[in-house]
Write a protein that binds this ligand. Structure first.
Ligand SMILES: NC(=O)c1ccc[n+]([C@@H]2O[C@H](COP(=O)([O-])OP(=O)(O)OC[C@H]3O[C@@H](n4cnc5c(N)ncnc54)[C@H](OP(=O)(O)O)[C@@H]3O)[C@@H](O)[C@H]2O)c1
Length: 430
């Protein structure tokens, strides 16, 4: 069989590692693919950078879009990134020219997935993005193939290694968010501009893609509810632990509900609570399977290139499948599906209050008026006149009701900072 001819746009952390794997493991990858894999052309910004492999037999293009115009290229691997710009233009052009596209670009798929999948269908090519979700964990294939016969009811995942590293380190060291973030930046676990990670956006891109495949809906990033980890303070970990929980940034998607990224409390005994450091995890719930969890490295050149290589091998065997597991015409608009308010949940609430007579009565009065019942209440030490933490856990309540109560509490003169609230998941809900 003729070799599968490949072009890579973007030779950074992921694209560079894919190129090195293709160049250094040719025989093994040819066996797995049933044919030779030939890297014929590449593009990046700097033509002179040492990429750790020989460019002698590979054509260089200053303009990545030109890769899509080459007659000898079967597959374009888009590893530039970004929800707009060159990456999207390259992907559109490649698909229109009948080239298969593999991408790790979750932002692009979360924003333009349905349009690009349509183009792939119209031009009879594959659009594959295993590497876009949870790095090395085969989450996309698990849903699209292994669990294809299930009626999926829920997905819950730890989908951003940077956030999980920061939360784990905050818990283990007692340091605050800003200090741990600065360390993570020094160690290369967080970007200099960290907001995509710590504000939950990167994880929400991945959750949007998983929800689309699991529930047969068009990816719709705008529909997601997104919360990051900036509001969590060192003191919350100590209280959560005392109550038998661990704090994690978890993405949850279910049919008919807005996909949500939220910091939450998980029981210490739950599977997701045990996923620490830079690891990612995805838990799939469906019938008849029950539940399955996959845990593994969610980022880095090695893990992510493993997912890219599996997509290349699928194309070599002509078994790429449909991007979202079904024809685009059968994907529903998520706006038509998403309607139900989130189920009532118990919440963890932390207030920073002046330790003075009457504070507790004002706070509990507000809770009473909103018919929110308190399960437990802890006050951090006694320090008359000082600001101390007042922590409560509530029984099941509607999030909207709690938000109204917290807004009222925030306006009390003795409440000195924005109240922090996080849902408490039971082991089954994680
Ligand atoms: N890093 C991870 O662990 C990871 C995990 C999962 C998914 N992803 C996704 O993988 C994609 C790539 O991420 P990365 O971490 O590999 O990024 P990166 O290290 O920043 O690499 C980006 C590459 O794109 C090249 N590039 C930038 N603008 C270009 C342009 N206009 N034309 C051609 N090439 C251009 C850069 O060239 P120069 O090298 O010359 O600057 C660089 O080689 C993103 O979509 C990201 O979300 C990354």
């Amino acid at each position: 069989m003729s070799p599968l001819k490949i072009a890579i746009a973007g030779l950074g952390v992921v694209g560079g590692e894919v190129a090195r794997q293709l160049m250094h493991r040719q025989e093994q990858l040819a066996l797995a693919s049933g044919r030779a894999l030939q890297l014929v052309a590449v593009s990046a910004r700097s033509a002179s950078a040492d990429r750790g492999f020989s460019m002698d037999q590979i054509d260089w293009h200053d303009n990545a879009i030109d890769l899509a115009g080459r007659d000898d290229v079967d597959v374009i691997i888009e590893m530039i990134g970004g929800s707009e710009g060159v990456a999207v233009e390259l992907t559109r052009t490649a698909l229109k020219n009948g080239k298969h596209v593999i991408t790790a670009n979750k932002a692009m798929i979360a924003h333009h997935g349905a349009e690009l999948a349509s183009l792939a269908e119209d031009h009879n090519c594959y659009l594959l993005f295993e590497s876009a979700v949870a790095g090395g964990i085969p989450a996309v294939k698990t849903l699209r193939e292994g669990l294809a016969g299930n009626d999926m009811s829920r997905i819950a995942g730890i989908l951003n290694g940077t956030c999980n590293y920061i939360l784990t380190t905050m818990e283990q060291t007692g340091e605050d968010f800003a200090d741990v973030l600065a360390d993570a930046q020094r160690l290369g676990y967080a970007e200099a501009e960290p907001s995509f990670d710590v504000d939950g956006i990167d994880a929400a891109h991945k959750l949007t893609i998983l929800a689309a495949i699991a529930f047969g809906q068009k990816p719709d990033f705008a529909a997601a509810s997104i919360q990051g980890i900036r509001d969590v303070s060192a003191v919350d970990f100590a209280f959560a632990n005392q109550l038998g929980f661990r704090i994690k940034l978890v993405g949850v998607a279910a049919p008919g509900q807005v996909p949500r990224m939220q910091t939450c409390l998980l029981p210490l005994s739950s599977q997701l609570a045990k996923v620490n450091g830079v690891l990612n995890a995805v838990e799939f719930y469906g019938e008849p399977i029950g539940s399955v969890i996959a845990i593994g490295p969610g980022a880095g050149g090695g893990a992510t290139s493993s997912a890219v290589l599996s997509d290349i091998i699928d194309i070599a065997h002509d078994r790429g499948g449909m991007p979202f597991g079904r024809p685009v015409a059968q994907l529903v608009d998520s706006a038509d599906q998403v309607g139900a308010a989130p189920a009532d949940m118990p919440f963890y609430v932390r207030l920073m209050v002046v330790d003075e007579p009457g504070v507790l009565a004002s706070v509990t009065g507000i809770l009473q008026r909103h018919e929110i019942s308190v399960e437990s209440l802890i006050q951090q030490g006694r320090a008359p006149g000082d600001v101390v933490a007042l922590v409560m856990t509530t029984h099941e309540t509607a999030e909207s009701t709690l938000t109204e109560a917290l807004d009222e509490m925030a306006s009390l003169p003795s409440v000195k900072a924005k109240p922090v609230a996080m849902p408490i998941f039971s082991a089954e809900q994680e």
